[in-house]
Design a protein around this ligand. Structure first.
Ligand code: ATP
Ligand code: MG
Length: 295
């Protein structure tokens, strides 16, 4: 049976070619997101969050595997098919808001509607105002440009813009990364409320585990690999890996430091800076350090 999902990644790899190296940003990613879900994907810097969101959002193509959005396989879509699909099906919210600086809040939200050609300019303006009210921007701010708005207010405009063309899914990349505690809590309340009211699918990627606790489902990403449960062993694995490194390379460096110490002690004896007894004591200590290193 062919089950339907709002979002699906099937065996997705994404790698970048750097000279003769392949850098994997995503490895065999399999994700299914149900219609109406509110999902966060949590991972540290460089784990592949933005890459994943770009691949899901059709801004980037996978190197291998398939992506389905609203149950439609977009993997082999042409660029023009993709840009149309993106405009109709996907809303984006970014960390740096990405609003057009010379347009007002209303105009920013109306812009994608005008591109879609579904609304005339009057209709786009009316719908933009309704969406801004829905996300809770005070009406006296509607005619302000982004520079005249706080970060939290700019992010409200960005959510309203993401909803402009009634997309199936809304994707947010570190949306609270530039917000203070109060704006972050308002943003999360708005997302939860919009998810309840509109039944749309939301996917948020973030490094902030606390932000993630406010979503219905949490997935984890480390080194381009998706985990359904928090990878508790991951830190342990990393620490053991770096301990190996310590034993091999730093051990060698430490041995050279001890060898050098011996050279210095001998030189000081020859130059008459220390007597024979001190020399013997020092050499004994150096031998002890060598013994410790061999253990
Ligand atoms: N265009 C590119 N060329 C080469 N490597 C890239 C490219 N884009 C991303 N990468 C690499 O892919 C990996 C994942 O990057 P990505 O931007 O998805 O991480 P992230 O989880 O969003 O990090 P952050 O929290 O810092 O935004 C990183 O190692 C990054 O250096
Ligand atoms: Mg990122």
């Amino acid at each position: 049976m062919n089950e339907k999902y709002a979002l699906e990644c099937i065996n997705v790899d994404k790698y970048y070619i750097m000279g003769s190296y392949k850098i994997y940003a995503l490895r065999n990613v399999n994700i299914k997101v149900n219609y109406g879900d509110l999902v966060s994907i949590v991972g540290p810097s460089g784990s592949g969050k933005s890459t994943l969101l770009h691949v899901i959002g059709t801004l980037d193509r996978p190197s291998k595997g398939a992506v389905k959005i609203d149950s439609i396989d977009v993997t082999n879509f042409s660029e023009s098919e993709l840009s149309r699909f993106r405009r109709e099906k996907i809303g984006f919210v970014f960390q740096f808001f990405n609003l057009v600086t010379y347009l007002t809040a209303v105009e920013n939200v109306a812009l994608p509607m005008l591109f879609s050609r579904k609304y005339n300019s009057k209709e786009a303006e009316i719908r933009a105002k309704l969406l801004l009210s829905l996300v809770g921007l005070p009406e006296q701010r509607f005619k302000n440009t982004p520079r005249q708005l706080s970060g939290g207010q700019q992010q409200m405009v960005a959510i309203a813009r993401a909803l402009a063309n009634d997309p199936a899914v809304i994707l947010a990349d570190e949306p609270t990364g530039n917000l203070d505690l109060e704006s972050t809590s308002k943003f999360l309340s708005t997302i939860r409320f919009l998810n309840e009211v509109t039944k749309k699918t939301f996917v948020i990627v973030t490094h902030n585990a606390e932000v993630a606790t406010f979503t219905k489902n949490i997935k984890f990403i480390r080194d381009g690999i998706i985990y359904e449960k928090p990878p508790e062993d991951f830190l342990k694995m990393k620490v053991l890996e770096s301990e190996n490194f310590l034993n091999k390379d730093e051990g060698k460096i430490y041995k050279s430091i001890i060898d050098f110490e011996e050279e210095v002690v001998k030189r000081r004896f020859i130059d008459g800076e220390i007597d024979e007894e001190t020399l013997e004591n020092e050499i004994r200590e150096i031998e002890q350090k060598r013994e410790t290193l061999r253990l």
